[in-house]
Each structure stands twice: as structure tokens, then as C-alpha cells.
Design a protein around this ligand. Structure first.
Ligand code: ASP
Length: 329
């Protein structure tokens, strides 16, 4: 009897703190929302939608939906999750911006280190440098000549300060020693529309968004941001930027899953177990590989290891960003 009372008290305390009973997670008929801090149809959104589908079964048939809370280089959606009820029903699929925002944004309304529970990592995704279809340059060498002839007139699209495309564009401008006009969007899906339409000239974006456009010859492709060429059929002939002359140019984007701080430990464990199962789903792996992404199978699947990895990424990118002298309020 005594034990029953203490369990009930514990359950009531959990309910008061989180609005849900950890043992009942996911709450029947209550959807789990994955917040994507970028526009629908873009690379982060694409990963989230595939993941939502793969998570359904390991989460006992729960409805998993995606909510695009885009803007401000992902800080709007990330903040939304930081302030959400910590009951496991609101999650964040974020990317490398978790590690670059702290250096790129001067006023962040949340702390990536302390306002989230880390649930595990999802994938690693290379980027590609692409251009509008009407650009005369057909390869990287011709592109650099075109850049030198058009200094001061070039527009570079990105998904806002703190985004992966912003980071990559920054590194490229540094490497080329050329300043370009950056055009921010709520994600690289709308930026891609403008690139194809010729409103902007260049963009650096994840292969999860660019593979089909490169394959369909809707954009010009100038290089991949890994040190080794990719094996994805549609991208295997695309030279690396490193081999084209940008020595050691390497940017790999990763995605992780997060919950608001205070999400009960057993709910976190339940989601991590479901995540690990989802990442073994052959359908999910096939879709990701077809888009040039590599699904995580190493220790970064464990929340503590993923957190260590993000801390190392913060330390890695901070001096690079500081040296470039860019930030936003
Ligand atoms: N690719 C975008 C970025 O540059 C994000 C997105 O639209 O998913 O960070």
C-alpha cells in the first residue's frame, strides 16, 4: 500500500511538471510534433518527413507530424521547442545550426547547451555548390573566372544567419576573398526556387535538397564539400571543391533530435530507442542514401555522445566564425 501511494505521488508530480505521465508516452491520440526550423520542402524538412514516417512504428503507431516554424536562420523554431511543454510530444529536428548559432547570433533567446534534452543524432549530409541554370560557367574553374569578372554583382542565397548555407557561403567567400550580397530566405526550399528562376546566382546547400535538381539539370553544379567524391549515383561524377583547388574545404551538415529541457528521462529513453529503430529502417536508409546523406550508426546515436559531439562542433566552428567577423542580432 505504502509503495502504491508513493508511486501515485510520483506520477502526480510528473504530471504536474510535464502534463503527461512518462509511463503513458506517447499519450493516446495525441500527435508527436517534430518542429522543423526551416521552410517546407527543403533539406531539413525532407529529413524530418522521412524520419516522422520511420518513427511511427517504433513509437507504437503514434501520429508523428511536422511543423515548419521557419525564419531567422532556424532560431524561431528552435526557440519554440525550447519553450514547449517538456512532455515528449514536441521535438526539434535541428542541424549544424545548433553548433553555429551560438557564434553567429548575438542575442539568442535560448541556450543550445542547457535548454534541450539531446535525444540522438540522425545523419551526416554533404553540401554542394550550385548556380543558376543560366550561368555561363560549366565547371568550378570557369566559375572562379566568372566570380572574378563579376565582383560586387554576385548574389548568394541562404537560409538566414546561422544556417548551414550561410556558414558554407561564408567559408566560400573567405576562401575566394570576394564579398557577395547574401540573400536570406526562410529555408533553402524558397531559395532554390529563386536560384532556378535566376533571381540569385549561387547557393551552397545540402545534397538532400540539391541531388534531384542537379540530376534534372535544373541548376549548375560546381562541387561537393567533402574531401572524397560521393557514391550517390547522381553525384558521383561531381568533383570535390578540394580537388578543384579549394584545398581542405570541408563542410558536413548533421541533424539531431532534441526535446525541451525537463522531458522525463524515461520519455527521452523511449524516444531514443524509437530513433535507433527508425534509423535501421531499410526504407529510411534507402531514401537518405539516395539523397547523398549517411544515416548515423556510430556512438553519436547515444544522447550523451551526441551532446559531446555538438560541444566539439561548437568549439570547432566558433573560431572560424569569429575570424570571419559575422554575427546577427
Ligand atoms: N539548407 C538550409 C540551411 O541552409 C536549411 C533548410 O532549408 O532546411 O541551413
Amino acid at each position: 500500500m505504502k509503495k502504491l501511494i508513493s508511486l501515485a505521488t510520483l506520477a502526480a508530480a510528473t504530471l504536474a511538471a510535464t502534463g503527461t505521465l512518462a509511463a503513458d508516452f506517447p499519450v493516446k491520440d495525441k500527435p508527436i510534433t517534430i518542429v522543423v526550423p526551416f521552410a517546407a520542402g527543403g533539406p531539413t524538412d525532407r529529413v524530418a518527413r522521412d524520419l516522422a514516417e520511420a518513427l511511427r512504428k517504433p513509437l507504437g503507431g503514434a501520429t508523428v507530424v511536422v511543423d515548419n516554424a521557419a525564419g531567422a536562420g532556424s532560431s524561431i523554431g528552435t526557440n519554440k521547442v525550447a519553450k514547449a511543454s517538456p512532455d515528449g510530444h514536441t521535438l526539434l529536428l535541428a542541424h549544424i545550426a545548433m553548433a553555429t548559432m551560438p557564434s553567429l547570433l548575438r542575442n539568442m533567446p535560448f541556450k543550445v547547451e542547457t535548454d534541450f534534452e539531446y535525444l540522438g543524432m540522425v545523419n551526416d549530409v554533404p553540401m554542394t555548390l550550385i548556380g543558376r541554370p543560366s550561368l555561363s560557367a560549366t565547371n568550378y574553374k570557369e566559375l572562379t573566372a566568372w566570380i572574378n569578372q563579376n565582383k560586387g554583382k554576385i548574389n548568394l542565397g541562404n537560409a538566414g544567419v546561422g544556417s548551414a548555407s550561410h556558414l558554407c557561403g561564408l567559408l566560400l567567400q573567405n576562401a575566394w576573398q570576394v564579398d557577395m550580397t547574401t540573400v536570406p530566405y526562410k529555408g533553402t526550399a524558397p531559395a532554390m526556387t529563386d536560384l532556378i528562376g535566376g533571381q540569385i546566382d549561387l547557393m551552397c546547400d545540402q545534397t538532400t535538397n540539391t541531388t534531384s535538381q542537379i540530376e534534372g539539370k535544373k541548376v549548375k553544379a560546381y562541387g561537393v564539400t567533402t574531401l572524397k567524391r560521393l557514391t550517390t549515383p547522381a553525384l558521383k561524377d561531381l568533383p570535390t571543391l578540394d580537388e578543384s583547388g579549394l584545398k581542405n574545404f570541408q563542410v558536413t551538415i548533421w541533424h539531431g533530435l532534441y526535446a525541451p529541457k525537463g522531458t522525463p528521462a524515461d520519455v527521452q529513453a523511449r524516444i531514443n530507442t524509437a530513433l535507433i529503430a527508425a534509423l535501421k529502417d531499410p526504407e529510411f536508409i534507402k531514401k537518405q542514401e539516395g539523397l547523398g546523406a549517411v544515416v548515423v550508426t556510430d556512438k553519436r546515436l547515444e544522447p550523451a555522445e551526441h551532446k559531446k559531439f555538438v560541444a566539439a562542433e561548437i568549439a570547432r566552428w566558433s573560431p572560424v566564425i569569429k575570424a570571419a567577423g559575422v554575427y546577427a542580432d
